[in-house]
Design a protein. Structure first.
Length: 285
């Protein structure tokens, strides 16, 4: 699916399922790779996360395969179009693997943008992508998505329409907006359901997953510059997310100075206003 078509579907319905986005073997092998980690991970606690569900974060340090999913060019282009009008740069909001075990009940329908307690309007806050690692079926907990529940009009509805069950195979990508209501289904089968959630948000928001703890500099140094920026090693103008007044990417170099001098990182309109003001102040002396 082209990025333009993906954007149109997301705006129209609040979600889109891209079939054959990646080779199925790529995803099933990744699931096998994460299997031992799932085995060692305790069940979540609480009815939202799920008492028969396991979650693993920091996926970029778990397997190099995840980088290809995070940097999928079609998805990144679509996300940039949807979120780019509201921020200077997008960021990685979450990279999490989820395993739903038999006996888990249906998840509370929710909108992921509600993690930020502020007014919501025309601007989307995030875009999520679920990558199945095992087949998603109506019986094993495939995600339930509520069509047309997104945006101002969707959020104003008193009742949600019946959900669509996002049944699909590994290799597909289930995309939906932060304002789209959704939730995992019940696992009525005898098998676990595994998938990845890769989420992108406005770069000035506090992300769901703390990127600098998930990917400290010694880990992020193995990322290419684009991936490192997505994972938090980039400032968002004006001066947000800095380290000693500098872009945190300074921590990824071969030599990190012991002392750093702060450098402005302003939007063009701010830079012009500040420069004009400073020049006038100097002339007045």
């Amino acid at each position: 699916m082209a990025a333009a078509k993906l954007v149109l579907e997301l705006w129209a319905k609040g979600y889109a399922i891209i079939k054959n986005c990646r080779p199925p073997k790529f995803l099933t092998s990744l699931g096998d790779e994460l299997g031992p980690l799932f085995d060692q991970t305790p069940f979540c606690q609480g009815p939202f996360y799920g008492n028969r569900t396991k979650r693993i974060g920091g996926l970029l340090k778990r397997s190099p395969r995840v980088r290809y999913l995070v940097q999928d060019p079609v998805i990144l282009l679509a996300v940039q179009y949807i979120l780019g009008g509201g921020c200077d740069r997008i960021q990685l909001n979450v990279a999490q693997a989820i395993e739903i075990h038999p006996g888990e009940v249906r998840q509370f329908p929710h909108r992921d943008h509600d993690m930020w307690p502020c007014a919501k309007g025309e601007q989307e806050f995030l875009v999520n992508v679920i990558w199945p690692l095992t087949p998603f079926t109506a019986d094993n907990g495939a995600t339930h998505i509520y069509p047309n529940s997104h945006g101002v009009a969707g959020m104003a509805k008193a009742d949600l329409a019946p959900p669509v069950v996002a049944a699909c195979e590994p290799g597909s990508a289930i995309c939906f907006l932060g304002s789209t209501a959704h939730g995992a289904g019940s696992n009525l089968s005898a098998d676990v359901r595994r998938g990845l959630v890769i989420g992108y948000s406005l770069g000035w928001l506090k992300p769901y997953e703390n990127p600098w703890l998930a990917y400290p500099p010694e880990v992020a140094r193995t990322f290419d510059p684009e991936l490192a920026a997505l994972a938090g090693y980039a400032q968002h103008r004006p001066n947000l997310g800095n380290y000693e007044g500098r872009c945190p990417s300074v921590l990824l170099g071969d030599h990190v100075p012991r002392h750093l001098g702060a450098i402005d990182a302003l939007r063009p309109d701010q830079a012009s206003a500040v420069a004009a003001f400073a020049a006038a102040e100097r002339r007045a002396r």
